[in-house]
Ligand binder design. Structure first.
Ligand SMILES: NC(=O)C1=CN([C@@H]2O[C@H](COP(=O)(O)OP(=O)(O)OC[C@H]3O[C@@H](n4cnc5c(N)ncnc54)[C@H](OP(=O)(O)O)[C@@H]3O)[C@@H](O)[C@H]2O)[C@@H](O)CC1
Ligand SMILES: Nc1ncnc2c1ncn2[C@@H]1O[C@H](COP(=O)(O)OP(=O)(O)O)[C@@H](O)[C@H]1O
Ligand SMILES: [K+]
Length: 485
């Protein structure tokens, strides 16, 4: 099952539906126990709990209550616990009593040399950046202090993942029942996310716009069977690049060759350059001589002149799946009717700048709504690129993928992505699956290629086969990968 990421309203609905568990404070005790366990696990990595010291930053609501109960539990295990109350008159009364009873100390500021700090400033009730008092506490921490956020790193918007300045950067985030949207959308700020079962049920509304992610096991990479030949696995056609700018054509066609077995065709003036890099590509200068394909990739480096526009129009007039990227997106922004309402599967793959050209407005802080709105309005699938790639289908369902590193932010990486996703379209995958799976292997290839050093798109392309091998054989390492800061 894909992982589903909840909005704050969905979380509150789920908690309310638990009835007495909420009213009796049972949910909070379970949540706090989960936080204490996570902090203890961090302390146990280096020397155990007894005699160690923990700080807790306590806000005005239940997030602070969770943090105080958790710190009380740690104090009972021999941890020296220090609290700063940001709004002393509003600090959770029962939590504060438990904290004091366990020997916890309330101070005006946190002492230096703490082993860990619990961020209980705000959770799903937070809005906007850290207020100055909280910001001062976090700015004063030793760099090696482990930060464990309760529910969310404070200053990160629960539903959009907007990272305010200032906000908390957590090493571990402990959340309750189900992950929140921000845990995917602001993944690099959350560190390792631990989901604690507190006994609340799934509040799924069937018609709700959902944000989900696929596990590695759900990426079922196409593998040829005994009865397959070069045609049965879907032939992908790449229309990209130019004689003057052959790079985009080589990268997109090379990615298409690498992503699946079968056949890749190429149409455009860089045909000689493409074939010299990838002799297996069947290349032609003109569409009329191209031969049949099961899906088109159109746009990278193709230009935006009248000839490019005519080519794009012809391809979009077909009843084949089409991936529209780069220069083709620029053409579409002047003529949305080329894709809007198209009956055949259509996947647009803009980066933020291309997205703004398509819609006439910046993506903004709410990336999920922005991408889902465009997909619904035009009846197409939209893949918005970035560290967190979002792929929205026309129903508003959004699949997200955290790349786990940002090494793919390099020129030409988008051409590689287009080639991979186009191959998957040709195999018959839905545009949403094609886009989301492509983003996943693309990100993994970047990690394999980089291993901590900068890469170009050629290195990314070279690492694509080892990356796909891990998915195709079910031996992926991505889910144990801890995102670098
Ligand atoms: N419900 C349950 O059963 C369970 C809930 N659980 C926990 O409760 C959490 C939600 O608690 P909540 O609703 O009390 O909101 P919460 O996030 O603590 O914020 C409250 C107050 O903070 C303030 N504030 C706002 N923005 C701010 C800012 N930027 N900087 C500083 N302060 C700011 C604002 O008050 P103000 O100062 O404006 O009066 C606001 O009213 C949830 O995340 C989970 O941890 C778990 O125990 C599991 C069971
Ligand atoms: N900060 C980032 N972290 C991880 N991946 C990124 C980041 N920025 C961009 N990418 C990925 O790199 C690729 C860049 O594509 P694009 O912007 O179209 O570049 P180009 O047009 O030069 O090929 C996309 O797959 C995108 O998702
Ligand atoms: K928090």
């Amino acid at each position: 099952m894909p992982t589903r990421y909840l909005t704050a309203d969905e979380v509150r609905d789920a908690e309310r539906a638990s009835g007495d568990l909420l009213a009796s404070g049972t949910l909070m005790r379970r949540a706090a126990h989960g936080v204490a366990q996570a902090v203890a696990a961090e302390l146990n990595r280096a020397g155990g709990c007894y005699g160690r010291s923990v700080g807790v930053v306590v806000g005005a609501g239940d997030n602070g209550g969770d943090a105080l109960f958790a710190a009380a539990e740690l104090a009972r295990r021999g941890v020296a616990a220090h609290a700063v109350l940001l709004a002393p008159e509003k600090a959770h009364p029962a939590g504060l009593r438990a904290f004091r009873a366990a020997g916890g100390r309330v101070d005006d500021a946190l002492p230096g040399g703490l082993d860990a700090v619990i961020d209980g400033v705000v959770g799903i009730g937070g809005r906007g950046p850290l207020r100055p008092a909280a910001a001062t506490v976090f700015a004063g921490l030793d760099p090696e202090t482990v930060v464990v956020a309760v529910d969310l790193p404070s200053g990160i918007e629960a539903d959009t993942g907007e990272v305010h300045d200032p906000s908390v950067r957590a090493d571990v985030t402990v959340t309750f029942g189900f992950p929140r949207r921000a845990h995917l959308l602001a993944a690099p700020r959350c560190g390792r996310v631990v989901v604690v079962d507190i006994g609340v049920g799934d509040p799924l509304q069937p018609d709700a716009r959902q944000l989900i992610s696929y596990s590695d096991a759900e990426i079922d990479w196409p593998v040829p069977g005994p009865a397959d030949d070069k045609y049965t696995q879907g032939v992908v056609g790449v229309i990209a690049g130019s004689h003057r700018y052959p790079g985009a054509a080589i990268l997109a066609a090379g990615a298409a060759v690498t992503a699946t077995s079968g056949m890749t065709r190429y149409v455009g003036s860089a045909h000689a350059e493409v074939v010299s890099h990838f002799p297996e590509v069947v290349a032609a200068p003109d569409l009329a001589d191209a031969g049949r394909v099961q899906a088109w990739v159109v746009g990278p480096g193709m230009g935006t002149d009248a000839a490019a526009t005519a080519l794009l129009r012809t391809v979009l007039d077909s009843d084949l799946p089409v991936l529209v990227d780069a220069d083709a997106l620029t053409i579409v922004s002047n003529e949305p009717g080329l894709v809007a309402g198209r009956a055949a599967p259509t996947l647009l793959t803009p980066h933020a700048g291309e997205f703004a050209r398509l819609t006439g407005a910046e993506v903004g802080a709410d990336r999920v709504s922005a991408v889902a709105d465009l997909a619904a309005r035009w009846g197409v699938t939209v893949l918005l690129k970035g560290r967190i790639t979002l792929v929205a289908d026309p129903s508003g369902r959004v699949v997200g993928n955290d790349a786990g590193s940002s090494w793919a932010a390099t020129a030409g990486a988008g051409d590689v992505l287009a080639g991979i996703a186009g191959s998957l379209l040709a195999v018959g995958r839905s545009p949403q699956e094609a886009g989301a799976w492509a983003a996943r292997v693309h990100a993994h290839a970047a990690l394999l290629a980089s291993r901590g050093a900068p890469i170009g798109a050629s290195a990314l392309l070279a690492a694509l086969r080892p990356a796909i091998r891990e998915f195709a054989t079910g031996r992926t390492a991505t889910e144990t990968h801890t995102p670098p800061r």
